[in-house]
Design a binder for this molecule. Structure first.
Ligand SMILES: Nc1ncnc2c1ncn2[C@@H]1O[C@H](COP(=O)(O)OP(=O)(O)OP(=O)(O)O)[C@@H](O)[C@H]1O
Ligand SMILES: [Mg+2]
Length: 455
């Protein structure tokens, strides 16, 4: 507002000064023309007359062709004639007359008379062939000009105040729509920064600040969701850890009992302890992997690799389990498939995870198909099962960490998240398609090129 006030009034002051000087210059031009013609007339005719000059008559006749009062002085500044018979002072000593008596034209602006009246005067030297003999002075009242300028000033002031009023209104409106919402946003974000994620930012208008509130609300929802997932994850991990530990603990106590002499029971107990501890260590392995992946600390050891060999060795590894579950694994491997550059251990981990899921979520008598194929840019491994499938509400997030279905057998929900991270590190893509009660198909695409982010 201060800047606007200063600008408006500076502009108005400039305008008033300009109008004032325009009027004064106009008057000066008119009077100058009249004074020049009076000076010429005096030089060419009057000063050549042999008889005494009647200055009073001359002043009156000059005043007839002008709106101004005309005075004539001698070369000392003494008043010889005044067209209005105004002989209050006999000697004129305003600066314009003094300059005119030295031979130059001069103007003066000031106050004369009682009551004082604003006047403008122009003095012009009167010359004969012998030199300067006096001066003619044209005087005009500035009362009318001052009145016009006064009126213009009033109009400009009124316009300035009106503009200020409009700007103040706009300012008020802007402060309501911008400044106030921003202040509110700052208050609320401070509360969020203090740890309250239940807050939702209020959206007042559908503008950029409104969009910012929406984005922040979305961010808060994501934070809450992640928080929930983390808590769920911790509780499910605690559960996963507790089950084998309970078995190990229980069997250690049982085995200590003196009545435990039967070799078969001891072997059974030790078997369980061994199985459960290896389950524990693989779970911890997974968690460690996951945390390394989350912090981007995994390094790939790339080497040329024939995917068919990898797939076959994993299938052999999984066959006993599949047989136990009465599930058939069928393979359709492309002959002479091209080598790719990949980390064999990590790739095995991916394929084992996917196959593990298929075995977990396929009922007895089901089938698992493994297929390899070459495309223009890389190879594809497809693992399809005839299992229970993934619900359409879970499918889009199945690859996310901690996401697990409600089915029996669901683990900690990080298997696919790890798989996807590893495939992405290879510059590839992992895709899942599934239909409930029909089956699931997981495709892993691995490129030939070296578009690997980390090796
Ligand atoms: N072949 C499949 N058939 C049916 N559901 C599947 C299949 N693969 C994955 N899912 C669903 O996706 C979820 C996420 O799979 P993911 O491998 O990430 O976790 P998990 O197998 O439950 O646990 P983890 O692999 O960590 O032991 C599973 O819980 C399951 O609901
Ligand atoms: Mg899994």
């Amino acid at each position: 507002m201060a800047v606007i006030i200063i600008t408006i009034f500076a502009f108005e002051a400039f305008l008033i000064i300009f109008v004032n000087s325009f009027y004064i210059n106009n008057i000066k031009d008119i009077l100058l023309k009249q004074a020049i013609s009076a000076g010429n007339f005096y030089h060419d005719y009057i000063s050549t007359q042999s008889t005494d000059i009647n200055y009073q008559e001359l002043a009156i006749s000059l005043a007839q062709s002008s709106n101004a009062e005309v005075q004539i002085t001698d070369k000392t500044g003494k008043l010889l004639a005044d067209s209005l018979w105004n002989y209050e002072s006999t000697k004129i000593d305003t600066p314009d007359i003094k300059v005119a008596l030295t031979g130059q034209t001069e103007v003066w602006q000031g106050y004369t008379g009682m009551p004082p009246e604003a006047v403008f005067s122009l003095s012009y030297p009167l010359k004969t062939r012998a030199g300067i003999t006096g001066a003619v002075r044209y005087i005009t009242s500035l009362t009318d000009v001052k009145r016009v300028i006064g009126n213009i000033t009033k109009i400009l002031l009124a316009a300035g105040i009106a503009i200020l009023f409009v700007i103040a209104l706009i300012g008020l409106f802007l402060s309501r729509t911008i400044v106030n919402p921003v202040k509110k946003l700052i208050e609320q974000t401070e509360e969020i920064a203090a740890g309250d994620y239940t807050i939702r930012l209020t959206k007042k208008y559908d503008d950029e600040i409104g969009a910012l509130s929406d984005t922040m609300n979305h961010m808060l929802e994501e934070i809450n969701k992640n928080d929930r997932l983390k808590n769920e994850f911790i509780s499910s991990i605690s559960h996963e850890l507790r089950t084998p530990l309970t078995a190990i603990n229980g069997w250690s106590i049982t085995l200590r009992r003196p009545e435990m002499e039967d070799k078969e029971s001891i072997d059974h107990g030790l078997d369980i302890i061994e199985k459960e501890s290896s389950r524990l260590s693989s779970l911890l392995e997974e968690l460690l992997d996951f945390s390394k992946l989350s912090s981007g600390k995994i390094t790939l050891h790339l080497e040329p690799l024939n995917i068919n060999d990898t797939v076959t060795s994993i299938k052999d590894q999984m066959i006993p389990r599949a047989q136990r579950q009465n599930i058939e694994i069928l393979m359709d491997l492309e002959q002479g498939i091209k080598n790719i550059k990949a980390d064999p251990d990590r790739l095995k981990q991916v394929l084992i995870n996917i196959l593990d899921n298929s075995l977990k979520f396929t009922e007895k008598g089901g089938r698992i198909y493994i297929r390899t194929e070459t495309t223009d840019r890389g190879i594809i491994v497809q693992i399809r099962d005839t299992g229970i499938g993934i619900d359409s509400s879970v499918l889009p997030v199945a690859k996310k960490k901690f996401c697990k279905g409600n089915q029996k057998g669901a683990g900690s929900g990080i298997g696919l998240a790890i798989c996807e991270e590893i495939v992405l590190l290879h510059g590839g893509k992992l895709n899942i398609e599934s239909e409930l009660q029909k089956g699931t198909e997981v495709s892993v695409f691995l490129p030939f090129n070296d578009a690997v982010t980390n090796c």
